[in-house]
Design a protein around this ligand. Structure first.
Ligand code: DGL
Length: 261
């Protein structure tokens, strides 16, 4: 089977990683829209255009299904494009439901962070209203994290400084869970721990998204013989050697982050 995985940039690599574990024999096409990242700071109309272009590109490559490994693109465009393409399309949303379910300390709260488009979108409000019966969920955008990640900047003191400044009005000791509602934020678990405290837990949508992919994959997809592995595209062109090395650096950083829950 051939699966397209699409993000505005390199955030969706964590979704790809999970998909490869679950479907080790699949062929993956990973599409990073490097020309237009960050989506979280674009208009909704612009994002819809990028999504349409990318979905068409991946369909032309003969994929059996597409995962939009981007909460921002899903928040804007998923509903719109749900029934207009010939293959199943799976979107991604902040794992608020999972965090509410996993919460152990009922006196603590849940902090949802994502891009501004996702945080202020109707879709998230609707989701929170559905699952947050006890009004335990707060939400806040942290768009600079996307820029840090795209620059392969995971270690500089700027990151903690940014988080501390942005979050200064919150009592961070009251949280049990941080919901990483943007796939780019998976790279920064250590920094979240530094500001929220060592005991903080994380919830991301990777597992739920790939579970949904398995549900919608057509039977024929399982019968196809493709060559397992990943081909990477940056906005519709194959990546070069330099970019491939950079992807390796992202994967190394993610490997460290997978150890942190
Ligand atoms: N990685 C994307 C998400 O999950 C968005 C990052 C961006 O391009 O702003 O929302």
């Amino acid at each position: 089977m051939k699966i397209g995985i699409y993000d505005s940039g390199i955030g969706g690599l964590s979704v790809l990683h999970h998909a490869q574990k679950v479907l080790p024999n699949a062929e993956f096409l990973y599409y990073a829209d490097e020309k237009h990242v960050p989506y979280g700071e674009k208009t909704r109309e612009e994002i819809k255009g990028y999504v349409e272009e990318t979905l068409n590109f991946l369909i032309d490559q003969g994929v059996d299904a597409i995962v939009i490994a981007c909460n921002t693109a899903t928040s804007v465009a998923k509903k719109e494009f749900r029934n207009t393409f010939p293959v199943p399309i799976v979107g991604m949303e902040p794992a608020v439901k999972k965090a509410v379910r996993m919460q152990e300390d009922e006196n603590k709260r849940i902090f949802v962070t994502a891009t501004p488009i996702t945080i202020y979108g109707e879709k998230l409000d609707h989701l929170i209203a559905q699952v947050d019966a006890h009004h335990k969920v707060d939400k806040f955008p942290l768009p600079m994290l996307v820029r840090f990640a795209e620059r392969c900047n995971f270690d500089s003191p700027e990151i903690d400084e940014y988080l501390r400044t942005e979050l200064k009005d919150f009592d961070l000791t009251q949280y049990e869970y941080v919901v990483l509602g943007c796939t780019h934020f998976n790279y920064f678990k250590e920094h979240f721990k530094t500001v929220f405290g060592e005991d903080i837990h994380f919830a991301d949508g990777n597992e739920g998204t790939i579970r949904q992919l398995m549900r919608v994959l057509p039977q024929e997809a399982y019968e196809r013989q493709d060559s397992p592995g990943v081909t990477y595209f940056y906005s519709g062109r194959p990546i070069n050697e330099y970019e491939e090395n950079q992807i390796q650096r992202y994967l190394e950083q993610l490997n460290k982050m997978y150890e942190i829950y």
